[in-house]
Design a protein around this ligand. Structure first.
Ligand SMILES: [Zn+2]
Length: 261
């Protein structure tokens, strides 16, 4: 799918507040573009992950969705990068970076979770989990771009956005529930290999994050994810539904101020 960059100069019908600035009736809201970019691999080990993410349809779909649906106060670059490091949003540069080496790590963690998976199945799961990671990072983008209040820790906010996105954009970008579940599997694999817990890390322990993401995805559609119920204590399932509804409705309330109209 080609990357469609639409700088829609949409005129607001009402006064909008974006990033603390007023936009008056008759004036166009800011329409920052979300640009998807791929570095050329610099290491032979990066070629496989690079080919995989370049072929995937979900990344241009997500960046196009952001450009078309949101009034961002600045452009954002989403860059699959050569070199090391983890996935992160650089707020100063307005750049969301996902290194190919990180994609390889995601694949390795999923491989340990799915020892019987074929190469093709691992390819699919790796793209899904990387998409889930990207949703988390988009949560960071939104916090920065709109200077959102952070109540409860930004890493929790970002994971909550990733889960809420399953419904927020699920009618336009298909399969995000599976992406978030693969992201949870990746976190589980990462957490299972970690023997110490940093009590001062803004990230909650990975197994806890994985469980919370599964709970929220189940809460969005209990009937469609009955398979998840087996891993959820019966007493917790109603809370998953309530928590997802709260998360989704909260993000709707925030983002409706910043949507293109
Ligand atoms: Zn984060």
């Amino acid at each position: 799918m080609p990357v469609v960059l639409v700088a829609a100069a949409v005129v607001t019908a009402a006064v909008m507040l974006v990033a603390g600035r007023s936009f008056v009736e008759g004036q166009a809201p800011p329409a920052g573009e979300v640009v998807l970019a791929f570095d050329e691999p610099t290491d032979p080990a990066e070629q496989g992950p690079a080919d995989l993410v370049r072929r995937a349809e979900v990344f241009p779909a997500l960046t196009t969705e952001m450009t078309e649906q949101l009034s961002l106060p600045h452009d954002v670059r989403v860059r699959f990068s050569a070199g090391g490091g983890g996935a992160a949003y650089d707020a100063a540069r307005h750049e969301l970076v996902v290194p190919y080496a990180f994609v390889a790590q995601v694949r390795a963690a999923l491989s340990s979770q799915r020892p019987t998976a074929t190469v093709a199945e691992l390819d699919i799961a790796t793209v899904q989990a990387t998409s889930g990671v990207m949703l988390h990072e988009i949560g960071h983008v939104l916090v920065e771009a709109y200077r959102l209040p952070v109540l409860g820790g930004e890493e929790v906010v970002a994971d909550t956005f990733a889960a809420a996105a399953v419904r927020l954009v699920g009618d336009r970008v298909q399969g995000l529930d599976q992406d978030v579940l693969a992201y949870a599997d990746f976190l589980q694999g990462y957490g299972d290999r970690t023997t110490t817990v940093d009590l001062f890390d803004d990230h909650l322990p990975a197994q806890l994050r994985a469980a919370r993401l599964r709970c929220l995805v189940y809460g969005n559609d209990p009937g469609g994810h009955a398979d998840l119920a087996a891993d959820l204590p019966a007493a917790d399932r109603p809370f998953c539904v309530a928590d997802f509804t709260e998360a989704h409705d909260s993000w709707v309330a925030v983002l409706q101020q910043y949507r293109q109209v």
